[in-house]
Design a binder for this molecule. Structure first.
Ligand code: SF4
Length: 398
């Protein structure tokens, strides 16, 4: 078996191209996609509508390799957390949140994260690498397969749907820093020959990498959530280093552009409330002003403390006053229910296992680029020509 071609890395176009290379018709690609992503089959021999010759050929050139579950933890409220081995001592976390009318899966897109947000357990772990498309989609595949095998499925499974009805890219990592693999995974989530989810049921959450929000709008617009967490650049700079590169005015403009093609007519702003940091009425008033021209909803998330974190959760009074201030301004502001708190599966608590970390983080990358930019500017000035952007290395990282 050739491990180098993993069919779970292929979206529909890539699968079709692969089958064309094998001298097969396009419909074979669709058949195999359905076997893998709708029947959760990872065994060529079981693909009974393929000829024996095709199955034997596939076995020699391709594989169907999935991340393996190494730990399965259930919370009292039904939330599940799976730890997936992604090689070289690294593990990522995926959370399943069952509700009466939906089953939501929160998937990871990177082993670790380099965005270095001050309040985030994943950010504190550092960064190892981007996940492959197979590793991102594999989380959804495994969750569906496990839930189906347990035969305790929600009613919509009887109607032929998979247990997972909604996917949120809010686990470990910044999805827009792993753009190519994430977009291929999104296309599989949406494809009628794979998971067939509507764009409204797939939500990508970003820390706010402005050029990549525009790129997502063009490549595969799904519902967008933006981690805001502060109403001013001065405060957001201290909580989220990405803000120093993409300040709030640019972020709000990108959100307005995204809405031109978004499947929902609003952006969800996630706002983590941290005691005495960003939880006062003046912060809520700042948000009202900031988002005046962006149709939006707020999802307020009380901070979940994790070991070593310097921050605390807001008091209930502060939380509800904050919500009321937004709602009095005719904004929709919900408070996210705490789920999976007892298994460290709540927002901001996912840490996985990140080995062989990249030692630099976003702050350090910024400094490195400033130095590079200055050096390049000096060189360009000497040559008397216009200096091109020197930010390509950072763009690759982001
Ligand atoms: S909040 Fe998101 S973007 Fe920020 S460090 Fe954590 S995982 Fe990365």
């Amino acid at each position: 078996m050739n491990e180098s071609i993993n069919l779970l890395d292929f979206d529909e176009d890539a699968m079709t191209a692969f089958f064309a290379e094998q001298g097969e018709k396009p419909f074979r690609a669709r058949q195999v996609l359905k076997w893998i992503h709708q029947r959760f089959c990872a065994d060529f021999d079981a693909m009974s509508d393929l000829s024996r010759l095709t199955r034997e050929k596939l076995k020699t050139v391709a594989s169907m390799t999935l991340p393996a579950v190494t730990r399965d933890t259930a919370a009292a409220d039904g939330t599940r957390k799976w730890l997936f081995d992604v090689g070289n001592g690294n593990a990522i976390e995926t959370v399943y949140i069952p509700e009466d009318d939906r089953g939501t899966l929160c998937v990871s897109t990177q082993a670790g994260c380099m965005m270095d947000c001050a309040f985030c357990a994943t950010g504190k772990e550092g960064f190892n690498r981007n996940l492959t498309t197979a590793e991102i989609v594999g989380q959804l595949w495994q969750a569906n397969k496990i839930l189906l095998s347990e035969n305790v499925n929600p009613p919509w499974v009887d109607a032929g749907r998979a247990p997972i009805t909604n996917v949120v890219l809010m686990g470990m990592g910044e999805p827009l820093s792993n753009f190519k693999n994430v977009v291929a995974a999104l296309k599989l989530f949406l494809s009628d020959n794979a998971y067939g989810l509507s764009r409204r049921r797939v939500t990508l959450s970003t820390s706010g990498i402005v050029p990549m929000i525009d790129a997502l709008k063009d490549a595969c617009p799904v519902a967008l959530a933006v981690s805001l967490h502060a109403p001013t650049d001065a405060l957001r700079d201290t909580l989220m280093p990405v803000n120093r590169r993409h300040p709030l005015s640019e972020l709000m403009a990108a959100c307005r552009r995204y809405l031109e093609r978004a499947p929902r007519d609003f952006i969800t702003f996630e706002y983590l409330l941290i005691r005495d940091v960003n939880d006062r009425i003046e912060h809520a008033r700042g948000l009202i002003e900031l988002t005046r021209e962006v149709p939006c909803k707020f999802n307020l998330i009380p901070f979940n403390p994790f070991p070593g974190s310097p921050y605390a959760a807001p008091t209930s009074d502060r939380l509800f006053s904050f919500q009321k201030t937004l709602m009095d301004a005719d904004l929709i502001a919900t408070i996210r229910k705490k789920r999976g708190d007892d298994i460290a599966a709540a927002c901001g608590q996912l840490a996985g296992q990140v080995k062989n970390r990249v030692r630099y983080r976003l702050n350090e990358v910024s400094k490195r680029h400033e130095t590079l930019r200055e050096e390049k500017a000096k060189m360009c000035a000497t040559k008397h020509r216009v200096c091109p952007s020197t930010l390509s290395v950072k763009k690759e990282i982001l």
